[in-house]
Every structure is written in C-alpha cells, then in structure tokens.
Unconditional design. Sequence first.
Length: 411
Amino acid sequence: MEKKRSRRRFLKQGAVLLSGAGMAQGAESQERAGEPWERVYGAGFRGYGQPSRFEQPVQRYVFRPYGDLAPGSGAALAPIERFEGIITPSSLHNERSHSGVPDIDPSAHRLLLHGLVARPLTFTVDALLSYPMTSRIHFIECSGNSNRALTPKPMQVPAGAMHGNIACSEWTGVPLAMLLEEAGLQPQAKWLLAEGADSAHMSRSIPIEKALDDALIALYQNGERLRPEQGYPVRLLLPGWEGNMSVKWLRRIKATDGPTHTKDETSKYTDLLPDGKALQFTYEMGVKSVITKPSSTMKLPRPGLYEISGIAWSGAGRIRGVEVTTDGGATWREAALYGEERPKALVRFRLPWEWKGAPAMLQSRATDEKGRVQPPRNEWLARYSPANGFHNNSIVTWSVDADGSVHHVYA
Ligand SMILES: Nc1nc2c(c(=O)[nH]1)N[C@H]1C(S)=C(S)[C@@H](COP(=O)(O)O)O[C@H]1N2
Ligand SMILES: [Mo]
C-alpha cells in the first residue's frame, strides 16, 4: 500500500518535470518532432563496445602514494556513486596493486601446485581452461577500503573516492578444491601459500578449510577473460575474505603445514589495536553498507521525492536487511533489497524518501544472516589504535543541507 502510493507520487513528480521541460500536453505528446539523430542513418557496428560518448567521463579515482616513482603501486577506486544494480563494469572495477600490472603472455604463464601433495603439478592456462567451469557472483573488497574516511576531518569527495575499493563481478573458473584433489593433498597440509607473478611476488597464507570450501581459480570476469588489472590470465578468488588474499596473476600454490608469514601478512594487512599489538589474519570482511545516492558532493536540486539507493555486503554470507535513517538515527526504516539471495555479493538497497527541504542526516545500517550489525563509527574506532586503517566497516553519514548540498560528516 505504502509502496504503491509512493510509486504513484514518483510518477506524478516525473510527469510534472517533463512538462516543465517543454513537453507537449495530452494525446499530441505521442507525436513529437524528431531529434537530429532520428533523421540520419546510425553508426556502424563495432568489434568491441564502448559506453556512450556522453558517459565517457566516468573514471576510477586513482591514488598513487609514491607518484611517478612507482606509478603502478596504489589503488584505483570504483566510482560507486555512478552505478546502479550490483555488478561492477569490468572497466571500472576497483584495482589495488602493489607493483603494477604485469604484462603476462598466457602461453608462457604457468601455475605450479606443489608442497605437501602426492603429485606436484604444473598447469598451463590452456589446461586450466579445459576444466569444467563454475560461475559465482562475489564482491572483492580491499581491507584498506574506507581508510580515507578515517582522516581527522571528513573528506568532501565522492563516495567512491572513499568507499570504492570494492567491486562485484560474476567470476568463472575452476574450484581450487578440484586441482588440490588432482594433486593429492596430503593430510599434513593445513595451509596453502598463494603467490602472484607480479614483481612484488605478492603472497598470502590460506587455511586449507577455505581452499576446500569456496576458493575459485578465476579465469573469466563478467563473461570475458579477466582484465589485466584483475589478475589476467589467472587469479585466486577467496569469496568474502579481504581482497589482499585473492592473489592476482597466480603463479604458485604450495601446500604447507602452517602459515608462511609472508611480508604481505606481517608488515602489512594486520590490524593495530589500542594496546599496540597487531591482529594478524583478519580474513572475513565485516558487514557493511553505504548510501551511494544521494552521497557526498552531490546536490538535491529541489525538495521532493527521491530514492535513496546504496550497496550492502558481508564477508560472512548473505545480507538479511538494511535500515536507513534520514534523521541521524532517531528513526530507521527497512529498505527494499535486490540480490539478497546471494552470499558474499553486493546487495542493492532502495528506499523512497520525501525531502521537504530541511537539513537531514542519512545513514544506512546493514545486518547479515549471522546477525552481525554494522557498527556505529565511534564503536568501531574504539576497537583499534588510531593508526589502524584496515577493516573499517562503520556506518557512513551524509548530511543534506537546506540548499540540497550533500556533505560527508562524522556522527
Ligand atoms: N599478485 C598480486 N595479487 C594481489 C595484489 C597485488 O598487488 N599483487 N593486490 C591485492 C589486494 S591488496 C587486493 S585488495 C586485491 C584487489 O583486487 P582487484 O585489483 O582485482 O580489485 O588483489 C590482491 N591481489
Ligand atoms: Mo587490498
């Protein structure tokens, strides 16, 4: 009932806007004078598609902390405020790379599987491509995502420039369990070492339970072969776990009896606690959400009906619900969800909202199927040292001023 009424009001508001823009009223509006593109023959076919030229400025937010010294070290964050639905276009997938994107010739690339196995194996890419395939939709989030929302003063940048170190794709490839079975995993093998073919040889230790559960040797992304930035020709995908462990450009998997304690899991990717100790091996990404529309740096043109829209996800499984407040937490409403049947994938939440022109404070709060609730910012901050920049899944606040401008605030 409530839903029906708000849809009708949305439609009414839309129609008013159209007539305001000069559309003819009544039945004659069916017959319009043609635009210039309706009177000339259209463009020819293209071998590889591109977005409309009117959408060309959509770009990732590139951060290169070492500048020209190491132009491929850093991150490119996805412009999440420009997206709808749950799938991230491959061209705008977030990218986090430690030492640039290697230019890998797939005919020369090999994946070695060795260590505590009965039969060490070497796979060519063609050999991997000949296995039966599995497809799954999952997010990848860098554990450093949202560390730009930890500055002393809230940054006034688009949502993606703070929270866009995340993407969600359909991944296709071979279950890692299948390759481990073929190699004959030995009972003492409790961990794996996964190593990349970039010059950093980025590598992480993975508990064997995860490897045998839902780990995927990914070869395709959104229907086409992996993008170089995402690990072409082969990457590891560990659904729901911190992005760092999904080793790109995968060249080696070694079965071991314990964790290897690589540089990437000791000097980095540990969470500094208030007492100065560091927490190692925080694998699962926390339950989290962010409103993308409207969001920081946007402007509501006039009072009226709007749709609040955003993304939610949890490394622990499915999203059970997302609540939205427009009054800074005094009252919460349940948003409609899209895609909530999928574990460890983005979910789109949407809620109609009438903005009457008064200042407002927008927040979203996600709950997952394990009953975990996205924490308020202060609660999250209290768990860590102020120097920690990993695993920030705290609630994000956007304020809407009386003039419709949307700002990032700490609440
Ligand atoms: N070999 C290798 N794998 C890597 C990285 C890297 O620099 N080298 N970056 C890791 C990090 S920190 C993250 S968050 C994810 C990012 O994956 P994406 O670039 O496809 O988003 O890849 C991980 N895998
Ligand atoms: Mo990362």
